[in-house]
Design a protein. Structure first.
Length: 232
């Protein structure tokens, strides 16, 4: 199946895949211009390539503005191309990348920037028989100290390897003995990993997620309160 994948949970990234083969991919640090740059990039990415049969979007966790730009782009593309759209948690893309260099039963901790001095995190217990990363806990949003406390509770178990930008931003996570060395990398999720995860999930006979964003926290903006006025 030809899959177009889009993720804007961190940077902006898109990929076109056929099964496990990456046909084309693009990524950029867009500095908040996710919506302006992702659409043109996708048009360039798909030019001259086989037509996508499915579009998948990273549903986060991630910040409001960036995350919804990718989801809206994916939904718009699916409507225009008359193909289905589905979601995949963005941390699965990190896990797919990580397990290229890990044993399939090795635990893994993905941690990404949630701003406000917090991290988004998901703890994986390995790959299932179809090569799909299995989430043992998360995704959640926590202060680094709270995540460290969660990991301390796992003392005695095999320490997870680490992946994701949260380890670069908060080096105190590296000092927790329950996180194994090495930290595999601190790069953001890549859309190719999303597409490969989607391919494996569908091949297993399971369904993908809806295109509902995983914000994990309430929006900053609050509805305006209605002011009572009297006319005289």
């Amino acid at each position: 199946m030809i899959i177009l994948a889009i993720d804007t949970s961190a940077t902006a990234t898109a990929a076109l895949t056929d099964g496990e083969t990456v046909l084309a991919e693009w990524s950029a640090a867009v500095g908040g211009k996710h919506a302006e740059l992702t659409g043109p990039a996708i048009r360039s990415l798909t030019a001259g390539q086989p037509a996508p049969e499915l579009v998948v979007t990273g549903v986060g966790p991630g910040p409001f503005t960036g995350l919804r730009a990718g989801i809206a782009t994916a939904i718009g593309y699916s409507l225009g191309a008359a193909i289905p759209a589905a979601g995949v948690p963005s941390h699965l893309a990190l896990a797919v990348r990580a397990y290229r260099s890990l044993d399939q039963s090795a635990p893994l901790l993905a941690a990404t920037d949630a701003r406000r001095k917090e991290v988004y995190w998901t703890r994986f217990s390995g790959l299932d028989e179809h090569g799909v990363p299995v989430a043992a806990a998360g995704p959640e949003v926590s202060a680094p100290s709270d995540l460290a406390a969660h990991l301390t509770e796992l003392a005695g178990q095999q320490a997870p390897a680490g992946i994701g930008g949260g380890f670069e931003l908060y080096p105190e996570l590296l000092a927790v003995p329950e996180v194994a060395d090495p930290i595999l990398d601190t790069a953001p999720p890549a859309a190719a990993g999303l597409a490969i995860a989607a391919h494996r999930i569908l091949a297993s006979g399971s369904e993908l997620w809806p295109t509902t964003p995983l914000y994990l926290r309430a929006p900053d903006a609050a509805p305006a309160t209605r002011r009572e006025t009297s006319l005289r």
